[in-house]
Design a protein around this ligand. Structure first.
Ligand code: NAI
Length: 248
C-alpha cells in the first residue's frame, strides 16, 4: 500500500497498536502525526522513526480534553490544510468485576474510550472533509461486540464506538469520508500485559489460533480501512482476533 503524501493522525500512538499503525503508515511513505498524552514516550517513538521512510512527527494530545483536540486541528489546518486519515487508537482498561467498579472508574473508562474518539473526530472532521477522500478508523474491541468478563463498562464504551462508527459513516458519506472500525482481540501490547496472568492465559487458550495478536497484525487491518483497497467499504466492523469471536 502506498500512502505517499497522505496526512495521517494516530491517537494513543506512543505504544501498542497505535505505534504499530504509525510504523506501518511511515513504511508506506505517509506523513504521520504520532499523538499521545504521554509526551515522553511519544517524542521517543517519533525520534526512533525519524530518518526512516515517511515523515513522523509528535504532537501532544489528550483525547479527553476537547481543547487539546482543537489545538491539534488548528495545527494540522495551518500546516497541511487538510487531513486524509484519522486513527482513533487511544484507549485504556483495567479488568475488575462490575460490582467493584467506582463511579470514578466508570467516568474515566467512558471519557477515554468513548468520548475521546467522539471529541477528536468532531475537531478533525472539517479537515477530513477538505481531503478528496477522508478515512476514519476507530479502534473498538471484541469486548464491544460479544462482551467480556470484568470489562463491563469498557465493553459498553467500545460497543458505543461501534454504533458511533456506523452512524457517523451514514452522516459523512456524502462528504466522501469513510468510517470503519477494527476490533482487536487480545493483542500483545502494554495494555494486555497489564492484565492479570490468569486472565491472559485464559484468553490465549480460548483463541482458536492459540496465540494473541501482534500489534502489527491489527495495524494491517487499520491500513486496509485507511487505503483505497477498501474504497467501497464504510460503516463496517472487522475483528482481528485469531477466530476468538465469529460474529455475523
Ligand atoms: P496501549 O496501552 O499499548 O497504548 C495506548 C496508548 O494510549 C498509550 O500510549 C497511552 O499513553 C495512550 N493514551 C492513554 N490515555 C490517553 C489520552 N487521554 N489521550 C491520548 N492518548 C492516551 O494500548 P493498546 O493495546 O495498543 O490499545 C490500543 C487500542 O486497542 C485501545 O483503544 C484499546 O482499547 C484497544 N484494544 C486493545 C486490545 C489489546 O489486547 N491490547 C484488545 C482490544 C482492544
Amino acid at each position: 500500500m502506498n500512502f505517499k503524501d497522505k496526512i495521517v493522525v494516530v491517537t494513543g500512538a506512543a505504544s501498542g497498536i497505535g505505534l504499530a499503525s504509525v510504523r506501518a503508515f511511515a513504511e508506506a511513505k505517509a506523513r504521520v502525526l504520532l499523538t499521545d498524552v504521554n509526551a515522553v514516550a511519544g517524542e521517543a517513538a517519533a525520534a526512533e522513526l525519524a530518518g526512516g521512510p515517511g515523515d513522523v512527527r509528535f504532537m501532544p494530545l489528550d483525547v479527553t480534553d476537547p481543547a487539546s483536540a482543537e489545538a491539534l486541528a488548528v495545527w494540522v489546518e495551518k500546516e497541511f490544510g487538510r487531513l486524509d486519515v484519522l486513527v482513533n487508537a487511544a484507549g485504556w482498561d483495567i479488568i475488575e468485576p462490575f460490582m467493584q467498579n467506582t463511579p470514578e472508574y466508570w467516568e474515566k473508562i467512558v471519557k477515554l474510550n468513548f468520548m475521546g474518539p467522539v471529541q477528536v473526530t468532531r475537531a478533525l472532521l472539517p479537515l477530513l472533509f477538505a481531503s478528496e477522500g477522508g478515512r476514519i478508523v476507530n479502534l473498538s474491541s471484541d469486548a464491544g461486540r460479544v462482551g467480556s468478563y470484568g470489562e463491563t463498562v469498557y465493553a459498553g464504551a467500545k460497543g458505543g464506538v461501534i454504533a458511533f462508527t456506523k452512524s457517523l459513516a451514514r452522516e459523512v458519506v456524502r462528504k466522501q469520508v469513510r468510517v470503519n472500525c477494527v476490533c482487536p482481540g487480545p493483542t500483545d501490547t502494554p495494555l494486555f500485559a497489564s492484565q492479570p496472568d490468569k486472565m491472559r492465559d485464559a484468553l490465549t487458550n480460548a483463541i482458536p489460533m492459540k496465540r494473541v495478536a501482534k500489534p502489527s497484525e491489527v495495524a494491517d487491518a487499520v491500513l486496509f480501512f485507511a487505503s483505497d483497497r477498501s474504497s467501497f467499504v464504510t460503516g463496517q466492523v472487522l475483528s482481528v482476533s485469531g477466530g476468538l469471536t465469529m460474529v455475523d
